[in-house]
Design a protein around this ligand. Sequence first.
Ligand SMILES: [Zn+2]
Length: 301
Amino acid sequence: MRLKVLGSAAGGGFPQWNCACSNCSRLRQGTLKGRARTQTQVAVSASQDSWILLNASPDLREQITSDPDLAPTSLRGSPIHSIILTSADTDSVMGLLHLREFQPLRIFATESVQRILNEENSLFRVLRRSDPPVRWEKLPLNQPVSINSELCCRAIPLPGYLPDYVSGQLRATVREEEAIVALHLTQGDKKFSFAPTLPAFNDETKCTVAESSLAMLDGTFWTDDELIRVRGSGKTATEIGHIPLSGPDGIIQQMKTFQNTRRILIHLNNTNPVLDEESAAHRAVVESGWEVSYDGMEIAL
Ligand SMILES: [Zn+2]
């Protein structure tokens, strides 16, 4: 299994266009030791010349065109054949609109995510114009699904929320446990867990990570009050669906014993001090055995 991190930041990227927090300002001034990042996007390949996208980021067009492995393989044909969605959040699905150029694709998503995108957001109907049209494939909870002849995927429900934009009417008829899932991808004995949004720990998530060769997990915030400190008001990390990295209940402490799993942070918010490679937070992450993903990172499992 091959993995490419095409983007590693949370929504807004790094720097964020309308943010002058310490990280964003120092990156612009060239005084922060760290890298600019596009919004989180991962591509997975189980065989040569065939790629699967995990979510579809708002930066997807640029992410695809800047990677030679994702270039067209025929006059009108892409090595990208499937997309697997972990939620209907804007940052996970906006890139689908970049894939509208009459390309037949398969999109795997939970039934609730499919309903949110197709029943209320008619813009996504542009995907139907391809011949054959884009195929929406079911991603049931806790059941392995064959993505292609090589790769299986299991969706693990996470205790998250439906996106703000979902209407009250639709909200009443979709299943909240299908709102956000973690993905467990397997190819033979290679196991990869992907959860760029981790709203809380449950036993199933922990067990899945523990048995994975590689886990790429939610690195959005360092502290629970990070956004409040930057903006002066607002919600905590936990309230908006992200366990912070630090603290006794944080991701790093909770996964301290998972030494057999290669653990990588992804989806870093521009306010996160981990982005500063000279910060105490970055040092603490590295000393705990974690890696911090970056745009262009490649992994062979
Ligand atoms: Zn910022």
